[in-house]
Design a protein around this ligand. Structure first.
Ligand code: SAM
Ligand code: SF4
Length: 373
C-alpha cells in the first residue's frame, strides 16, 4: 500500500496545495546567526553555481532562466498546486524574478514571497502590485535591533526593513510576519506585538521556534520561554494580528517541552522544488531528493511521489525522524486544521489559505486522512 495517494486532477496531474519553490538557497544579503541555509544536504550542493552574476539574473540568455523555465515546464506537466511559495536565499537578489512570477501567477490562488524584507523597496513593491494574487511573508524577529539581533547587523538594516514593511502594508499586500523565537525576542515578544498593533487586521504574525544546529547557541532560556506565556494571557489584545489561539498554544507547548507531539501531514500537501530541478518531500527537513525535474523522466518522478519510503517515515502518527521531533513552522497551521484543532472558518480567515482550490484540497486531505484510519 502507498503511504499516501495524492489526488489526481482531470488531466492526471498530481494535486498539491503548495509548490514551495526555492531558488539559489546559498545566496543572501543577510547572514542571520541561526540560518538553516548553512545546513544544505550534499544532494543540493552538487550543482552550486560557478559565477554568481550569471546565476542571479532571470533574463534571456541566463542559465538561471533556462533552468527555471525548463523546470517549470516539466512541473506543469506533472503537478497542479494551488499556492506558489517562493524563497531563496534572499529571493529579491535574483534580478528579474518578478518577471518569472508575472508569467506564472495566474495558475495559483496565491503567490507568496518569503523575504527578509531588505530589498522590498518602492520599485519592487510597484512591480509586485501587478501580480494581483501576490502575498508577502516577511521574516522579522522584532522591531528593535535588540529583538532582531540574530538577523540584522545595523540600525540601518533594521530601519530599512521596518520602512519596507510599512510601505508594503500601505500598498495593501496580505502580509505574514515570520518571527523565529530565539534568545533575543522570546522573553519580550509582547513588545514586538505592541509595535505591530498599528497594523491591526493588516498583518498576521507567525511566531515559531528555532530549529536545527543553531538551537544549541540561540535557543531561549527557560525563564524567557515562561515569559512567552504573556502572549497567551493577553491573546485578546493581540488577536487581530495573531494566528488562531490553538496555534499560539502549540508554539508555547513545543517551546516548553522542546519536543513535538503533534502529528504531521505536511508531506501530503506539498513538495519543495529547487531551481536545479531537485524535488524534496518536505520543505522543513531536506531528507532526500525524490528526483530531478530537469534530468529525470516524468514517469520515474511520478512513481516516487507519495510512494518513496521516506513518506512512511514522515507520516507516522508520532514524529519519528529527529528533525521532525523539533520541527514547528508557520505551515503547522495545516496540521492543526487536519487534526481538528482549528476550524475551517479559522483556516479560511488566514489570507494564504483563503483561496477556493486551497480550501477544497485541504478539506479533501483531511477527510481522506480520517477515512484511512
Ligand atoms: C532560510 S529563510 C529564506 C528566506 C528569506 N531569506 C528569509 O529570511 O525570510 C526561510 C525561513 O527560514 C527561517 N529560518 C532560518 N533559520 C531558521 C532556524 N534555525 N530555525 C527556524 N527558522 C529558521 C527564516 O526566518 C525564514 O522564515
Ligand atoms: S535572511 Fe533568510 S536566508 Fe538570509 S541569512 Fe537570514 S534566514 Fe538565512
Amino acid at each position: 500500500m502507498n503511504p499516501w495517494n495524492f489526488n489526481r486532477n482531470l488531466e492526471d496531474k498530481i494535486e498539491i496545495v503548495f509548490n514551495d519553490l526555492v531558488v539559489e538557497p546559498g545566496f543572501c544579503n543577510l547572514s542571520c546567526k541561526y540560518c538553516l541555509s548553512n545546513q544544505m544536504p550534499t544532494w543540493l550542493l552538487e550543482d552550486q553555481p560557478n559565477s554568481i552574476t550569471k546565476k542571479l539574473i532571470y533574463s534571456e540568455e541566463t542559465e538561471l532562466k533556462h533552468q527555471l523555465d525548463s523546470m517549470f515546464k516539466n512541473y506543469n506537466n506533472i503537478f497542479d498546486a494551488s499556492i506558489l511559495r517562493i524563497s531563496g536565499g534572499e529571493i529579491f537578489l535574483v534580478k528579474g524574478i518578478i518577471d518569472f512570477l508575472k508569467a506564472h501567477h495566474e495558475n495559483f490562488d496565491v503567490v507568496q514571497i518569503v523575504t527578509n524584507g531588505l530589498l522590498l523597496n518602492e520599485e519592487n513593491i510597484k512591480k509586485l502590485k501587478e501580480i494581483t494574487n501576490c502575498h508577502l511573508h516577511i521574516s522579522l524577529d522584532g522591531h528593535t535591533t535588540g529583538l532582531n539581533n540574530n538577523r540584522v547587523k545595523s540600525h540601518y538594516q533594521q530601519e530599512t526593513i521596518l520602512k519596507n514593511l510599512e510601505n508594503s502594508v500601505k500598498a495593501g499586500f496580505p502580509i505574514e510576519i515570520g518571527a523565529v523565537l530565539s534568545n533575543t525576542n522570546t522573553r519580550n515578544f509582547t513588545e514586538f506585538l505592541d509595535y505591530l498593533l498599528k497594523y491591526n487586521n493588516q498583518i498576521i504574525v507567525f511566531p515559531f521556534p528555532l530549529r536545527g544546529e543553531a538551537k544549541e547557541r540561540f535557543h531561549p532560556d527557560r525563564e524567557s520561554i515562561l515569559e512567552f506565556s504573556k502572549v497567551i494571557e493577553n491573546y485578546s489584545k493581540y488577536q487581530n494580528i495573531l494566528l488562531p489561539f490553538s496555534y499560539i498554544e502549540e508554539v508555547y507547548k513545543i517551546l516548553k517541552e522542546d519536543k513535538r507531539q503533534l502529528r504531521c501531514h505536511i508531506p501530503k500537501t506539498m513538495l519543495q522544488f529547487f531551481n536545479d530541478g531537485n524535488i524534496s518531500p518536505c520543505p522543513n527537513g531536506w531528507a532526500s531528493s525524490l528526483g530531478n525535474l530537469i534530468k529525470d523522466d516524468s514517469s520515474e518522478i511520478k512513481s516516487k511521489i507519495g510512494r518513496d519510503k521516506i513518506y512512511s517515515l514522515f507520516l507516522q502518527s508520532r514524529p519519528r525522524l529527529s528533525f521532525c521531533k523539533e520541527c514547528f513552522t508557520s505551515l503547522d497551521i495545516i496540521n492543526l486544521y487536519i487534526e481538528g484543532k482549528i476550524s475551517e472558518e479559522e483556516l479560511a480567515s488566514i489570507p494564504l489559505y483563503s483561496g477556493p482550490r486551497t480550501q477544497a484540497r485541504l478539506k479533501y486531505i483531511k477527510n481522506k486522512t480520517y477515512e484511512s484510519l
